[in-house]
Design a protein around this ligand. Structure first.
Ligand SMILES: Cc1ncc(COP(=O)(O)O)c(C=O)c1O
Length: 577
């Protein structure tokens, strides 16, 4: 307990006042203002991104194993929240925080969150969510139209038709993907003569009934791990998520998809039922978009549900110039979109939309006490039970920011992505490793001479069959060294804490099949200006050059052992070491 904090004697009258109204309306507003000021100070602080407190120190702060016995004053708990939590929270809104999809949020979102908490609606049923159920249906219609753009009459008929649902508001993209694959599973293994459906009888009976050994889901190697989780929960099995490798643009290799479908097909000796083909519109690691139009054709030709995981990229559809990248999404069966990513809403809210208003009927539930069969309750169509009124956030922001506003935000994100790429290229010591379509850049620090030597070895390997093995081994060794370097660099950048980018490993770079550890920048923060990007690159270059001193001798030995001709300009550039 904090020094000076007071325990109060349990007193029903005091507790009752906490519920119906705080002690007095003045107190409620007083605490509210104090809280907003606390939040404001947090944003004004210039300190590092992560606070210097260590994880063991944090465990020391939160080490009580017993629930507090007697009540504490609100003001004491607020001050504890400030010193123990707010001061040690990650500044994800910092202009130098460009590492994840969680970014700055507009300030009005904090106020909207207050309304959501104050109203405390439960979206599961109309008895606990009256106007808010209609807000949800309206929002789903907006997004449905954005993705599928069906006729006006379709929306007029279904926006408030309680017999169907155009989609679900979910707690996140993971549940959105799970819901889509749940529907896909029911469509792929439906009730039939003598069989009540996978939902009723389970997967073992379903596979037996349909005469196949397994059910599978197909996604590219860039697929988000939520697809594996969904397969697990749905009894499909993680091993039955088939990943198809990607091309150099991080998009599913279509030739391999076609080939794999044939191998799986019982008509050609296969043993599987394909539950869904999943396209990705904005891959988590690289922000690229699958060839949705081609995948859609293939899926529907094969009679398979086509789901698009647009958790990350979906909102880019709001800007006309991005629609071309998503060609084919309008024919998908289902699409997941997160509001807490590119719609700039606070954590967390996802949506899953179904092209056909009938699809969600496949997972419809009812219960006597809450979501009765003939009710208008949205909870009949959702995997989740109680749900908060989170849809108010994108509903309000799509009004406050509007399509035009989002278009401007995405244009700025695009500009920042290009600017950052140019800055890194100007240094010469960096290598960009993807073609960013949606604001995610992957790259690594690699001294100019190392980069050029790898190129030379590549050329020599291609030119001389005799020496190919030696040079290829050399490339693999140097890349392994660079991978270890990038991991260490990332740790050093975390230690410095003035900037933040994330890290991942890709097999799809120009060095394939070698796996390359890369730094990953997500450039969506509207507060990040060109000047901040210059600072971020300068910091990374400075720290990387220092760290390279540790790695340079090992690299020098490798270079000597492998040999090969070294062009003059490369010798020149070695001076940077
Ligand atoms: C492409 C993609 N799909 C799904 C998810 C999962 O979303 P959530 O974290 O909201 O559950 C993510 C998260 O980053 C993602 O990038």
């Amino acid at each position: 307990m904090h020094a000076g904090t007071k325990r109060i004697e349990s007193n029903f009258e005091y507790l009752r006042k906490l519920f119906i109204m705080p002690d007095s309306p003045d107190k409620f507003i007083e605490f509210g203002i104090e809280l907003l000021e606390m939040i404001h100070v947090f944003f004004q602080k210039e300190a590092g991104i992560h606070s210097s407190i260590t994880l063991p120190q944090l465990s020391g702060i939160f080490d009580q194993t017993a629930i507090p016995e007697s009540p504490m004053l609100i003001k004491d708990v607020l001050s504890e929240i400030k010193s123990k939590i707010i001061d040690h929270s990650v500044k994800v809104g910092s202009p130098c925080y460009i590492g994840h999809m969680t970014s700055a949020i507009p300030y009005f979102m904090i106020l909207i969150e207050m309304i959501i908490a104050a109203l405390n609606q439960n979206q599961v049923k109309i008895e606990t969510a009256k106007a808010s159920s209609f807000v949800e249906r309206e929002l789903l219609a907006w997004l449905h139209r954005l993705v599928f753009n069906r006729r006006d009459s379709f929306y007029e008929r279904h926006i408030h038709n309680p017999g169907v649902a155009l989609g679900n508001v979910t707690s996140d993209g993971t549940i959105g993907n799970l819901t889509a694959l749940f529907v896909a599973r029911e469509k792929a293994l439906p009730p039939d003569d003598g069989f009540a459906g996978a939902r009723a009888e389970g997967m073992a009976k379903a596979l037996q009934h349909y005469g196949v050994k397994r059910a599978v889901v197909i996604v590219s190697a860039r697929g988000h791990y939520s697809i594996r989780k969904a397969a697990n929960i749905l009894g499909i099995g993680e091993e039955n998520v088939i990943t198809i490798s990607v091309d150099s643009g991080n998009r599913m290799d279509i030739r391999k998809l076609r080939k794999r479908l044939r191998v799986l097909d019982p008509r050609y000796g296969g043993d599987s039922r394909v539950i869904a083909i999943v396209g990705i519109a904005g891959t988590t690691e690289t922000g690229n978009i699958d060839r949705l139009d081609v995948m859609e054709e293939i899926a529907h030709e094969a009679g398979v549900h086509f789901h698009v995981d647009a958790s990350w990229g979906g909102p880019a559809l709001l800007a006309e110039e991005y629609r071309g990248l998503f060609r084919g999404i309008e024919k998908a069966d289902s699409v997941t979109i997160d509001a807490h990513k590119l719609l700039y809403c606070p954590m967390s809210m996802g949506m899953v939309l179904f092209r056909s208003e009938k699809d969600l009927n496949a997972i419809k539930h009812s219960s006597q006490y809450i979501i009765r069969r003939n009710s208008v309750d949205t909870g009949r169509f959702t995997v989740e039970g109680s749900r908060s009124f989170t849809c108010l956030k994108p509903w309000a922001s799509l009004k406050i920011i509007g399509r035009e506003g989002y278009g401007l935000l995405f244009r700025q994100a695009r500009r920042n992505t290009d600017i950052f790429k140019k800055i890194l290229e100007k240094y010469g010591n960096f290598e960009c490793l993807n073609h960013p379509e949606l604001f995610i850049l992957t790259y690594r620090f690699i001294p100019v001479d190392v980069k050029e030597r790898l190129l030379c070895w590549n050329r020599e390997a291609a030119a001389s069959a005799e020496k190919r093995k030696t040079f290829e081994k050399g490339i693999a060794r140097v890349n392994r060294l660079m991978n270890a370097f990038t991991v260490k660099l990332h740790k050093e950048l975390r230690r410095d804490d003035s900037t933040f980018v994330s890290r991942t490993t890709l097999e799809s770079t120009r060095y394939r099949p070698h796996h390359i550890v890369v730094l990953r920048a997500v450039l969506i923060n509207p507060l990040t200006t060109g000047q901040y990007l210059e600072e971020i690159a300068a910091t990374q270059n400075r720290i990387a050059l220092q760290l390279w001193q540790e790695f340079a001798p090992a690299y020098g030995r490798m270079a000597e052992e492998v040999g090969g001709s070294i062009p003059y300009q490369m010798l020149e550039s070695c001076r940077i070491l």
